[in-house]
Design a protein around this ligand. Sequence first.
Ligand SMILES: *Cc1c(COP(=O)(O)O)cnc(C)c1O
Length: 379
Amino acid sequence: MKYNIKKSNVPIYVTRPLLPKIEDFEKEVRAIFHSQWLTNMGKKHNTLEKKLTKILKTPHSLLFNNGTIGLMVALKALNLPEKSEVITSPFTFAATPHCISWNGLTPVFADIEADTMTIDTASIVRCITPKTSAILGVHIYGFPCHVDQISRIAFDYNLKVVYDAAHAFSTEIDGKGIGTFGNITMFSFHATKLFNSIEGGCLTFNDASLVKTIRNLRNFGIQSEEMVDEVGINGKMNEIQAALGLLNLKKFEKEKKKRASIKNMYTQAFSEISGIRIPEMPSNATSSYQYYPVIIEDNYPISRDELYLKLKKYNIMTRKYFYPLCSDYACYGEHNLRNNEKLSNANKLKNQVLCLPFYGDLEKSVINTIIGIFIKFSQ
Ligand SMILES: *Cc1c(COP(=O)(O)O)cnc(C)c1O
């Protein structure tokens, strides 16, 4: 197979938002204008919430205006002791530890596994102190955390478990929705995610008693017209977001199929290049096709940073997700000094990982160019 390298006229980014036909969206927006009901648990909102419960195969799901507010509410709803510690991964987006901090809790960073890049369970155990109250696992790139082992640890040490599934929309483990593990799971519907409602998100959980608490926290803690009983927040998804979400719900399965075929093209080519490792999904889980990460190992002739620049010269804008680590952020620096965990896998992988352009309508010629560049610098 010959891979022609050709510079793209326009920048190629790692993703492109899934969008319905504008005519279809216009129709929805007109209906919303006509109804004069713009937000506060409207018709579109409730329909989307119901549909998501089915698609995510979870007993309960509640919509949010974005995933971050959802995750903040999830931690709040579990009533964790004031100033307690939440063990999480440093190899994630800024929102994950920030949600812990916004709750007045302390994020404690555990290392990640070399293979799946999800939180390492042995490292979790080493991070546990009398102040630990919860584990916040991240299904990074859609790779599921070791949910069974994490449940076991949580049971042994009496901890709550929350999952950040921002990358794992519609992922299943042994046929079960990924949002059914742990106490609460957060999904994000941000424009860059596989399924989007421009901004948006939801929380899923099994415990029916959480429904009332989370609904209440989502709407300022307003119980009734004359009673406010909790320090809630504004987490409501509006009707325009919900309408776009409903239209995109009809499209994400097809998008996944297109991404699956791109994944095959990439993987087939990369598996023949030494020094390039493709992290694989465990066989009992399905992929969300959120990202296509590759690991540039030490025996590849040039470094990840050099390869990133080479690709950029051809207008291919890859992303170094997740560099820097959250544990390297200035705002968590002071905390780092108190953390004894070495984070060796995370520190190694942050310099080796590269996320490649990955969306359904990615042109074949661009895929060929990307593969061609990888081959060119491998020799
Ligand atoms: C996108 C993302 C979030 C935040 O979700 P928003 O909906 O943008 O607030 C949280 N965690 C991870 C890992 C993400 O990628």
